[in-house]
Design a protein around this ligand. Structure first.
Ligand code: ADP
Ligand code: ZN
Length: 529
């Protein structure tokens, strides 16, 4: 390091201490800040809570001019700007929530060089007026937050991000720093190309969050399982419970309250004032449980979240990693717990199939879901698999459920054949398709009204599956779906064969299945809400 570099870092350290009140940089921060202050471009990958904001805020204060921050988190801009102003930083934002007068004022401040940081919604950059405005002031740097949004293959694509390609063409001398907490190798390459950052430096922090214990359990009675977890391990702890739908958010929150746990609901259907109040309480008070849709959490900085529980399957590994990453920012032991079952697989596949997106979108969603399912069904270390997904290597961690209690696997080839041949026979002999429930009833030899109505007790596979119970069969179906030996189709989520089904039926392929743990008998008494 030459003496000039040392001087640069000295200025930055002073800003860190005087303005932000922190004694030293953390992890890669010093190297990143130094590089950007010196005018270099950078791509920063750092897990949630790693301290990305300072990587552009400090350089913006050290360099002359205004740091222009592009962020999709419009709802948080006001908070971010308020927090900076409280530290004495001259910050402002431009997004659609401002009145004409307010906008003019921020614009004037920028042009007069009275802003250290200017936050912009990405759609602003598609307007020529904004670009002309930016021409009139001095720009210290461009920070592109949540940079993975530029990737069409990522899980969170925002078309407005594509307009960011112009930044480099229009202001070739202004350094750019792109930041994200989630990027697979493919997404990273896409960010580099689209933002023309290939000549910049990449700073990739480890994505491992060693203090988070990952656990994924089969879903039986999810609310009760959750209650057991909270009572058994997280009594009085703050935590987040994610549910897919608004209705289940409300039901779950009511259920927890009825069972003596202080829980608050949060979803986009609630009044803005209620949402705000619940969020403020969660941040300020100790030991509250926030039951929420994924609308909750972006930009939330609460260090002592002890657990993140998912009652429904996340749509992608990226989403799972981001949501679970909100646990344990203070570095203390925390739990990431997910309950998932056959119904999740069916529901998510159905949502993809009936989505309005084009074929490419549906394929992409399918790929994301498949990766998530593979993580759920793996018999090796979950952490290693997560890290591997983000292109990093890990060793078995001894702090995830598969490391702590290695799951047994069993040869499920015969069980798979029983299911697949039932599906096949329904189709060939009867020209019918049915959902998992009916197929399992047939295998178990149950003479239900629906079995009688369709003469399904006459099928040759009727009653050949009595060696497993219903919940075991559901586990088999779930894993066959996850492994692609079965698929679901249409409005009624009927089971259909796939290309790989034939290999199993022809005994050309073995099917290895994970043995679901036998549910431990619970002693918790449950009030129903
Ligand atoms: P990210 O955007 O990567 O999720 P933030 O920038 O919000 O993370 O930072 C997470 C938390 O860590 C914040 O509370 C921040 O103030 C704190 N933090 C960041 N850098 C430092 C540092 N060098 N020293 C102490 N605290 C830091
Ligand atoms: Zn592990």
């Amino acid at each position: 390091m030459g003496s000039t570099d040392g001087a640069v870092l000295g200025d930055a350290l002073q800003v860190l201490q005087r303005v932000f009140g922190y004694p030293e940089f953390r992890g890669d921060q010093a190297a990143i800040v130094e590089h950007v202050v010196a005018g270099g471009d950078a791509l920063v990958l750092m897990p949630t809570g790693g301290g990305k904001s300072l990587c552009y805020q400090v350089p913006a204060l050290v360099r002359s001019g205004t740091g222009v921050v592009v962020s999709p988190l419009i709802a948080l801009m006001q908070d971010q700007v308020d927090a900076l102003r409280a530290l004495g930083v001259r910050a402002g934002f431009l997004n659609s929530s401002l009145s004409w007068d307010e906008r003019r004022m921020v614009e004037a401040e920028f042009v007069n060089g009275e802003l250290d940081l200017l936050y912009l919604a990405p759609e602003r950059l598609t307007s020529e007026a904004t670009l002309r405005l930016l021409d009139q002031g001095e720009i210290a740097l461009f920070a592109i937050d949540e940079a993975h949004c530029v990737s069409q293959w990522g899980h969170d694509f925002r078309p407005d991000y594509l307009s960011l390609t112009q930044l480099h063409e229009r202001w070739p001398k202004v350094p750019r720093i792109a930041l994200t907490a989630t990027a697979t190798e493919a997404t990273r390459q896409e960010i580099l190309t689209r933002l023309d950052l290939s000549d910049g430096r990449q700073f990739v922090s480890s994505f491992d969050r060693p203090n988070i214990q990952y656990r994924i359990v089969p879903k039986k009675e999810p609310k009760k399982q959750l209650l057991d977890l909270l009572r058994g391990e997280h009594q009085g702890d703050a935590g987040i419970v994610y549910c897919l739908s608004r209705a289940s958010v409300e039901k779950t929150a009511e259920f927890l309250v009825a069972n003596g746990i202080e829980a608050l609901p949060y979803h986009a259907g609630l009044d803005a004032s209620v949402r705000q109040r619940n969020q403020a309480r969660f941040l300020r008070e100790d030991g509250l449980v926030m039951v929420a849709t994924i609308a909750f959490g972006m930009g939330i900085d609460k260090p002592d979240v002890r657990f993140v529980a998912h009652l429904d399957l996340p749509k992608s590994v990226e989403g799972y990693y981001q949501e679970t990453g909100r646990a344990g920012r203070d570095g203390l032991p925390s739990t990431a717990w997910l309950a998932y079952g056959l119904s999740d697989v069916v529901q998510q596949r159905k949502m993809i199939e009936s989505s309005e997106g084009d074929l490419a979108f549906r394929r992409r969603s399918q790929t994301h879901l498949d990766a998530m399912l593979a993580l759920c069904e793996t018999i090796s270390c979950r952490r290693t698999m997560l890290l591997d997904y983000f292109g990093q290597t890990g060793v078995p961690c001894n702090n995830c459920d598969t490391c702590l209690t290695p799951p047994e696997s069993w040869d499920g080839t015969v069980a798979a054949q029983k299911i697949l041949s039932t599906v096949w026979r329904l189709r060939k002999e009867r020209n019918q398709k049915f959902g998992a429930g009916q197929v399992i009833d047939i295998l178990l030899g149950r003479k239900t009204a629906k079995v009688i109505q369709f003469d399904h007790d006459q099928l040759s596979t009727f009653g050949i599956g009595e060696d497993l119970n219903e919940s075991e069969w559901r586990g088999v179906v779930r894993q066959l779906l996850a492994q692609g030996f079965l698929a679901v189709e249409g409005e009624y989520s009927t089971l259909v064969l796939t290309e790989s089904s034939a290999d199993v039926l022809a005994r050309k392929r073995e099917v290895k299945l994970r043995k679901d743990p036998t549910p431990t008998r619970s002693t918790t008494r449950t009030a129903t809400a």
